[in-house]
Design a protein around this ligand. Structure first.
Ligand code: GLY
Length: 568
């Protein structure tokens, strides 16, 4: 083993101080989320005496109104909760494959994946989980009524909000891409008479749906008129969701995966997310390395992380899936011993080509053809309250505006999460991610996710709450923020704002955002044999950390996308 091992290099995380300009500071609570309306909703609930879970439910519904690209009631997600009394849980409200889904539903007669079939239209839609997940969270860990926590979202939908520039831009893009999806174009694109930034955007149909949920809870969504309209709209675009699928949907309370990185406890999302296991496995691979002589984003730093990421994503491709359908070697993947073994062939001076990194020695996967890459969507928010309860939640329709199917008369979009299954084991999905039998489509199964809501703890107390959108890049984004904090002693806002890079094993290339890799460093990496690909900014990390100076909380909205924070 050629890499330098060390005794554990302990950075003092007292370095988590606000940057020159921390996003927000609050003694009693902080919400950091994509839209101002969502932050306002969360703070309104905290101020009304609600806890972090109550506020998170309010934020999530407010995002369904104010961030239609990803906020949703027609999608799913994961909520990681750390209560001040020590309880920690992961609520899984991931979508499920409909009861009549089949393994080959996205293949043509010759067995080839039909491009776009798992991404656009009715077949792309998984049975939505958000409404049931939020209800479960509220029932078990909240303190206020559904009537109360849903009020802000209903108000925003009824009264409307001023469309920000980037949302008007997205609606324009949707108008071009969603030809044939008439209800979607009617609601979000005014049938082609596009909204301008600053226009008021009211959503009476969505307000009506939210009121039905407010009044009847799960029944108001999973049966009755909303469910019937959902099934009808899905069927109109070729989908397979039945009323029975909706009635049968169940969120699940799971045990978070846990790890330890240089003395900090890491709490993250278990399967069906790959995020928590891949994150902890990468941190385990990094832990024996010394960072005191490595420059941040130097060739040595980027090479180390890229090699770690390749190994974790190779394992992801074979060993992670819905745990109710596949026996995951979780203990092994999370162990420090396995991480040590995984890095045994690591050489700090050379590249290990992805084709020679096998998922736990599965050599069948050496050659894989890779499809193109599209932009990602999903949204993450973080909440803490005055008692020290924390929520880290990531929720999604999968791609921006999901399947483009809007439920007629009820104003909400349906996800295209079926693309997160392996349409054909061994071939990549639209994120370029490879999956295998473990993640093949089966009725009632949850598709593998990369969403990584995470909480970093010290001595049993919440220290940092974080997560990100960005499809396959989510896990490496969370990894880099944690490493920026722990290994490079950055203040939270700097750690969040810092440019990032990403390797996911296949395709065998380092993707990097603006200013993430200097020209000199790029030359060094290319001389070593790395392929580099510059891309747009990605990964809106919305994080919170305990403030060591004043004892409250610092919220760090990601500067690169328009995200927001609010405190009280
Ligand atoms: N749909 C993105 C993810 O769950 O990873």
């Amino acid at each position: 083993m050629k890499f330098i091992q060390s005794v554990i290099f302990v950075m003092v995380l007292a370095n988590i101080l606000p940057a020159a300009q921390p996003g927000v500071y609050g003694n009693n609570g902080v919400v950091v989320a994509h839209t101002q309306q969502a932050c306002d909703a969360g703070i309104e609930i905290l101020q009304a005496g609600g806890n972090a879970v109550d506020a998170a439910v309010a934020v999530s519904y407010a995002l369904a109104v104010s961030h239609p690209q990803a906020g949703n009631i027609g999608g799913g997600g994961f909520m990681l909760i750390q209560m001040a009394d020590g309880q920690s849980v992961a609520i899984d409200f991931r979508e499920m494959a409909p009861g009549n889904a089949t393994r080959d539903m996205f293949l043509d007669d010759s067995g080839k994946v039909v491009p776009g079939k798992s991404v656009k239209g009715g077949l792309a839609v998984g049975v939505p989980g958000t409404v049931a997940g939020l209800q479960l969270a509220l029932d078990k860990y909240g303190s206020l009524s559904r009537q109360k926590v849903m009020k802000p979202a209903i108000r925003i939908a009824q009264r409307g909000f001023e469309i920000p520039y980037h949302l008007a831009y997205s609606f324009g893009w949707l108008n071009q891409s969603a030809a044939g999806f008439d209800e979607t174009r009617r609601i979000f694109c005014r049938n082609g008479e596009l909204y301008m930034p600053g226009d008021l955007f009211k959503q009476p149909d969505l307000a009506k749906t939210l009121k039905l949920i407010q009044k009847h809870g799960n029944v108001g969504f999973y049966s009755g008129e909303v469910a019937e309209a959902l099934v009808k709209s899905n069927l109109k675009y070729g989908g397979k969701i039945s009323l029975k699928d909706l009635e049968n949907y169940k969120p699940v309370i799971r045990k978070p995966v846990t790890g330890n990185y240089r003395g900090f406890e890491i709490l993250s999302m278990p399967p069906p997310s790959s995020g928590g296991i891949a994150l902890i496995s990468m941190l385990n691979m990094l832990e024996p390395m010394r960072f005191d002589s490595i420059g941040w984003h130097s060739a040595q730093h980027i090479q180390l992380l890229a090699e770690v990421e390749k190994r974790a994503y190779a394992d992801r491709s074979v060993w992670l899936a819905d745990p109710d359908y596949f026996d995951i070697p979780q203990e092994k993947l999370l162990s420090k011993a396995y991480a040590y073994y995984r890095m045994a062939d690591y050489d700090s001076l050379t590249i290990t080509p992805s084709d020679s990194i096998y998922p736990l020695n599965d050599k069948d996967l050496a050659k894989i053809q890779v499809l193109g890459h599209e932009s990602e969507e999903t949204t993450h928010f973080s909440v803490v309250d005055r008692w020290g309860n924390a929520v880290s939640m990531t929720t999604t329709l999968n791609w921006s505006f999901g399947s483009y199917v809007t439920v007629e008369g009820f104003g909400f979009l349906l996800n295209n999460e079926m693309d997160d299954f392996s349409s054909k084991p061994g071939e990549p999905n639209s994120f370029g991610l490879i999956g295998n039998d473990a993640n093949a489509i089966e009725p009632g199964k949850r598709m593998l996710s990369s969403m990584t809501p995470t909480i970093v703890m010290k001595d049993g107390k919440v220290l940092v709450v974080l997560g990100a959108p960005g499809g396959s890049t989510i896990i490496t984004t969370v990894l880099q923020v944690i490493s920026n904090l722990v290994d490079f002693g950055m203040p939270l806002q700097d750690a969040v704002n810092a440019p990032r890079f990403h390797h996911q094993w296949q395709p065998d290339m380092i993707q990097f955002g603006p200013r993430a890799i200097s020209k000199d460093t790029a030359n060094l990496l290319q001389q070593m044999g790395y392929q580099l690909s510059e891309r747009s900014a990605y990964g809106e990390v919305n994080a919170i950390s305990r403030d060591r100076v004043f004892g409250g909380w610092v919220g760090a909205p990601d500067y690169r996308i328009t995200s927001h924070g609010k405190a009280y």
